[in-house]
Every structure is written in structure tokens, then in C-alpha cells.
Design a protein around this ligand. Structure first.
Ligand code: SF4
Length: 362
């Protein structure tokens, strides 16, 4: 008998087609809905969802608060709101959250919900419904090598490298936990691929107050997360760009863009960024301010740019002097976060520096 998920079950996996189809007609005229009290309520659910994605302690709202349809609509609206904000990192946060949420429900509910169970050794109905739709081919704890390679490409853990896997007759063996991890990754990639949506201007205008609220929460959280700017925790690529500036080298557009976006993302203000650029012998205040304002979203477009990820930095030749931390991260901002969270090592004390009579110390 075909498994037909209930509304509540669908609200836990709102990206599934079966969940989306019923609300599609409701969203046919988005502008009209948003102007109604119901629309406002749905937007407030969507904002709560984005706030949950941004918060350190996520609730994932395991209980459906109102109707499953509202829960699914809130999922879709949250994606529309972040599309209007159009900040890459915010979009990443929301998609990671949705993937984690689906993972949470799948792992927890499959265990006890008898509606999902099948015969001995068979995967649950829920699992099958999801992987069918997501196009994941896993059978008998094995996956075809090409599918596996594509799926694990964004993962950085050594255990997922093909060289560390058992491969037999074109299939990679995977255990139960890994099966869930891979599904979560697939959900994340698929949900990310569709964003940002192309949202009509008038809809974004209606959502502008909420988008501004989210932007503010996100900005505050970023600043709290990164805390005081510490140049010593900058990744090697950014240190190299600053050294090149100080040496009077003309940075490429990609170099200037990456450095400015990085400094802005870690919470440095416009003046601080301009001061860094002032280390360059051919510093031009007007040109610098124009570029900085453009990249930080204060220029005409209002778009705030995000530091490119390590892969993009490699492509533009900006990934240099990699160190041990670089092996564990995929984004210069993650490098900064990791390094900043590490306790400072005491400065090495050698006989020379301890010697008060040393001419270097006078
Ligand atoms: S790996 Fe990333 S953080 Fe490290 S130097 Fe390259 S771009 Fe910078």
C-alpha cells in the first residue's frame, strides 16, 4: 500500500512536493495574501523560523503550532523573506537549518512511528519517500560511486574521502549514521540551489519591514559572534592581502573585494576598513570609500557582499600560505572564528627577550 504522509508528517519535511503542492494555490497571489491578517500571521511564523535558524539554541518547533499547512507556508515564506534580504550567509544559515530540521525529525520519528516501519531489513517508508524525491540511490547500505562522490563533494571530513571508503563493484558502503548525514547534505544542497528566489519587487516591498528586522538580528548576531576585531586571528589569505597593501602592491579587484567583504563581515566599521587601506602608499581616500561603501551595501544597490569561500579564493589565486586550520575549514570567516576562539598561546620566552640588557629591548 502506498504510504501517504499525514499533514503533520509533511510539515516536518516541507520541501517535499506533496507538502508544497497544496499551498501553491494559496500563494498564487502572494501580494494579496500578504496584505491580509492571515498573511501577516504567516509572515510572523516565517520570521520566527528564520530567527530560530539564527539562534544558538534552536527549537525546531517539533509540535505543529497551528495547522500543518501554516507550518509549510511559513517554510516557503521564510525562503521568500531571505531572498528579499539577499544575503548569502543568511541564506546558507536558513538552508542548513532546514536540512538539520529534516534530519532531526527523520532520525527521531523513524524509530517510533509505526506508520513508517516496513519488513525486516527494509528502510522505513518515510526514508523511501524522501530519498525517492531527492534522487538519492541507497540500497542495502550501498551507494553507486558517482552518486556518492557528488554527494560528499562539499563535506570536508576525512572519513568521507573515497580513499578511506570500502568500495566494491562500483558501490560505496555506508553505515546507518552516514546514511542520515548524506541525506541531510543532499537536502541542504537542493534547498540552497533554489535560493535566492526571484521575488517580485512589490512583494519584497511588502516584506521590507520584516526583511529589515531579520537583517538587524543577523547583523547583531554576527557582531556578537565575532566580537572585537583581532587582526592576529585573520586567515593567512587576508594577512597576505594586508601585507601586499602595506607594501604598495596594487591589489586585483578580487583581492580588494575579498578583503573588504571579510573586514565588513567580521564587524569592522567603515573607518576601520579605510584605515587599513590607508597603509597602502598610494592610498586614495575617495576611491577607497567608494569601493568600501559599494561592497558593504551602503552604495546605490543596497546589496551587502559576503567574503568568498576558500574554493573561490583558490580560483582567483588568493588562497596563499595555508596552514593547519585551513585544512579544517572551507571559509575564511570560519578560519577567523576558529582562531579567535582558541586561547592565546603565551609568547615564547627565550633568554634574549628576558635579558633586560639586550639592546633590542631598550
Ligand atoms: S584555505 Fe581559506 S582561509 Fe585558508 S588561506 Fe586559503 S582561502 Fe584563506
Amino acid at each position: 500500500m502506498e504510504y501517504v504522509p499525514s499533514g503533520k508528517e509533511l510539515s516536518h519535511f516541507p520541501f517535499l512536493k506533496k507538502a508544497q503542492d497544496p499551498i501553491r494555490s494559496r500563494f498564487a497571489s502572494l501580494g494579496t495574501i500578504l496584505s491580509t491578517p492571515k498573511g501577516e500571521e504567516l509572515v510572523s511564523f516565517a520570521v520566527a523560523r528564520i530567527r530560530d535558524a539564527l539562534s544558538q539554541k534552536k527549537t525546531r518547533a517539533p509540535e505543529v503550532r497551528d495547522s500543518p499547512e501554516d507550518e509549510i507556508a511559513a517554510y516557503a515564506l521564510a525562503r521568500i523573506v531571505v531572498s528579499c534580504v539577499n544575503d548569502k550567509q543568511l541564506i546558507d544559515r536558513l538552508t542548513r537549518y532546514e536540512a538539520e530540521r529534516a534530519y532531526y525529525f527523520l532520525v527521531n520519528e523513524e524509530e517510533w512511528n509505526s506508520r513508517y516501519t516496513q519488513g525486516e531489513g527494509e528502510y522505513s517508508r518515510l526514508w523511501e519517500a524522501i530519498v525517492d524525491e531527492l534522487g538519492i540511490r541507497i540500497e542495502n547500505n550501498r551507494m553507486p560511486v558517482p552518486d556518492y562522490v557528488e554527494l560528499v563533494a562539499p563535506l570536508h571530513e576525512d572519513r568521507y574521502r573515497l580513499i578511506n571508503r570500502r568500495v566494491e563493484q562500483g558501490f560505496v558502503t555506508i553505515n546507518r549514521d552516514e546514511r542520515y548525514d548524506l541525506l541531510r547534505e543532499r537536502v541542504r544542497v537542493l534547498l540552497r540551489r533554489d535560493l535566492p528566489h526571484r521575488v517580485p519587487k512589490e512583494v519584497c516591498e511588502l516584506l521590507a519591514p520584516k526583511a529589515a528586522e531579520i537583517k538587524k538580528v543577523y547583523q547583531e548576531q554576527m557582531l556578537r559572534q565575532f566580537g572585537k576585531v583581532e587582526e592576529s586571528a585573520f586567515p593567512p589569505c587576508m594577512q597576505a592581502l594586508i601585507s601586499a597593501l602595506a607594501a604598495g602592491t596594487n591589489l586585483t579587484h578580487a583581492g580588494r573585494f575579498s578583503l573588504t567583504a571579510f573586514l565588513h563581515n567580521i564587524g569592522m566599521d567603515l573607518t576601520g576598513i579605510a584605515e587599513l587601506y590607508a597603509r597602502s602608499p598610494d592610498f586614495d581616500i575617495e576611491k577607497t570609500m567608494y569601493q568600501v561603501e559599494h561592497i558593504t551595501g551602503r552604495g546605490g544597490t543596497g546589496t551587502e557582499y559576503t567574503t568568498p569561500a576558500c574554493a573561490a579564493m583558490q580560483t582567483t589565486g588568493l588562497c596563499v600560505h595555508r596552514d593547519a586550520i585551513c585544512e579544517k575549514i572551507s571559509h575564511p570567516l570560519s578560519y577567523y572564528k576558529v582562531k579567535k576562539s582558541r586561547p592565546l598561546k603565551p609568547a615564547p620566552q627565550n633568554r634574549e627577550t628576558k635579558n633586560a640588557g639586550d639592546p633590542e629591548n631598550t
